[in-house]
Ligand binder design. Structure first.
Ligand SMILES: [Mn+2]
Length: 450
């Protein structure tokens, strides 16, 4: 079955990737056909992080959708010979199936040669010779019957096509030869099928559904050779032309994922928790956590529906995505410390713990002095006894806790560690709520008792 590729724009962002994958699942579960999620280029850090986190396969990278030899292949199963087959075997197969050209393959389906009806006829004619030896006819027949495919197959002067070859090139090569059929192989010489001169006359275009764009210059290369079947987008209407009328959904909302999610909800198509979280990620990324002026009430409404399905809290999930993909690096020290800061009070002591999550603690190593200085300033401004910044490495599953403030020894006592250059390392500590806050409260209580 010929697939329909669902693909976003070049330099794909998270919305493009997430909408392609989620719309693929939607189409696959609600309509007939074969759908493949694709990307017009390599994935960025953000998309890669979200797909890994939610355990999705990355989409197929498709940098050109021009027509390839592979697109011309017939879909029927093919018949083939093996080198050890006898003349009676192949004779039977050819007669029963009306075959004229048959590939010879090894047990790995690698291409070895061709047997054509014309070559076979020539072998018969040559064996028969001038017909003067009528008395030897049983012997001649025996010789013919003893032949194997390996003796008769043609292995030289053949024209093979690679499946990824552009059709225009294949057509040029075909004009210079006179064969009826041409075998097609992959880069490892595995046989894929046969194309005929007739196939080359037909124009079999790749089938596309575009998401998150509709302008030609943003679209994957070769789009002019493909057939666009649908477009779902939230950008201005551009310049792409289609062959026939298509489904074109364009709406000025914050993200394409909003529109795809709306389809799931409206048509009550099953949506898994992870898929809901994926579409939510697309919305959060394109709307910059709903801060972008492109954000609409529909984006918020759909995101909260996705929260019900996925159990992901939008702002928490969005922050996590940004924090792991370079967003934090762009913030200044003050904003970085404040982005997820929580205050706590125990008796007369007020303290604060902030947390950032990263996939690599080292990203913040160079900034440490600046961060500590800024934390000291925040402590005196806000009257905190101490301020902790948890830099949690979610890959290593450990936290570097940077500590500032006059009473930072409380934290050292709580975890039984002396700080080195204003920080302690907490292996296995990921949760502020469960693994840090109770320990500090406990230490404060004990201190007050003394
Ligand atoms: Mn978008």
């Amino acid at each position: 079955m010929k697939p329909t590729y669902i693909i976003g724009h070049k330099n794909p962002d998270l919305d493009s990737i997430a909408s392609a994958i989620s719309y693929k699942v939607y189409k696959q579960s609600s309509e007939a056909g074969l759908y493949i999620a694709a990307a017009a280029g390599e994935l960025n850090d953000e998309a890669r992080y979200v797909l890994e986190y939610l355990d999705f396969e990355p989409p197929l990278i498709l940098k050109n959708v021009g027509t390839r030899v592979e697109d011309l292949l017939d879909e029927e199963d093919y018949l083939y010979f093996t080198a050890d087959m006898s003349m009676t075997e192949i004779g039977n197969l050819m007669r029963k199936n009306n075959l004229k050209t048959v590939p010879v393959l090894d047990d790995q389906k690698r291409f070895l040669g061709l047997v054509t009806i014309g070559d076979l006829a020539m072998i018969f004619l040559e064996k028969l010779g001038t017909g003067h030896h009528l008395d030897k006819s049983p012997l001649i027949l025996q010789e013919i019957l003893e032949l194997k495919v390996s003796n008769i197959m043609k292995t030289h002067d053949l024209m093979l096509f690679l499946k990824d070859e552009p059709v225009d090139e294949a057509r040029k090569n075909m004009i210079s030869t006179r064969f009826r059929n041409y075998p097609v192989v992959d880069e490892k010489n595995h046989y894929i099928g046969m194309i005929s001169r007739y196939n080359l006359l037909e124009m079999k275009r790749k089938q596309l559904i575009l998401v998150d764009h509709n302008e030609k210059k943003q679209a994957v290369d070769g789009v002019e050779e493909a057939e666009i079947r649908e477009i779902i987008d939230h950008h201005r209407v551009g310049d792409l032309q289609t062959i026939s009328p298509i489904y074109f959904h364009n709406e000025p909302v914050g993200s394409t994922c909003t529109l795809v999610a709306e389809k799931y909800l409206e048509n009550e198509v099953y949506c898994s928790r992870n898929l809901a979280a994926l579409m939510m990620a697309g919305i959060l990324s394109d709307t910059m956590l709903f801060k972008s002026p492109t954000t609409t009430t529909k984006d918020r409404r759909i995101a909260s529906k996705l929260q019900e399905i996925s159990g992901f809290e939008p702002l928490e999930w969005g922050r996590k995505i940004f924090e792991n993909t370079g967003y934090l690096e762009k913030l200044n020290d003050e904003d970085l410390i404040s982005t997820d800061l929580k205050e706590y009070v125990s008796g007369s002591t007020t303290f604060a713990i902030s947390q950032i999550e990263t996939i690599d603690n080292k990203r913040f190593a160079e900034r440490k002095n600046g961060l500590i200085n800024r934390m000291q300033l925040i402590c005196s401004r806000k009257g905190y006894s101490f301020l902790c910044l948890m830099v949690t490495d979610i890959i290593e599953e450990s936290t570097e806790m940077m500590i500032a403030g006059d009473d930072s020894s409380v934290v050292e006592t709580a975890f039984g560690q002396s700080s080195v250059n204003h920080s302690i390392i907490l292996k296995g500590v990921m949760s502020r709520k469960k693994q840090v806050v109770p320990v500090i409260y406990d230490a404060l209580r004990k201190q007050n008792l003394i």
